[in-house]
Ligand binder design. Sequence first.
Ligand SMILES: [Zn+2]
Length: 152
Amino acid sequence: MTEDRARKVYAIDRGTVIDHIPSPLALKVVEILGVKQEGILTIGINFKSAKLGSKDIVKVENLKLTESVTDRLALVAPTATINIIEQGRVVEKRPIHIPREFHGLLRCPNPKCITNVEEVTTVFHLEGEPPHPAVRCHYCERLYKNPGELVE
Ligand SMILES: [Zn+2]
């Protein structure tokens, strides 16, 4: 399917389009965004992409996702681009920003970590660069190489 066809077939009037998601991470992206149904949620998997080979696209109708929400995708889909659509047009285009720290986004897999014993907000520091990021727990200092799996 060409880029042009991908855009047309699933066109929405208002909402958020997350484009250039590496395949097959669309479902993971939906999970991370924690999108509650506000309209039609379209998930397209395996479109051809000059940049990525193949890509996924997620379209969330009637919902304008804020930057703090879409930046959660930094760990799993740093190449993704966010398009905000109003009246059928792109009114805002933004990349994913990659924060150096994640607060309250990930759960520490270490059962003895204080964040799993007491009510402490988790803090992870990014080490290494996407697409091969690792995160280190601020409290127990363990390093995790596949942080996309840790998202609550
Ligand atoms: Zn920890």
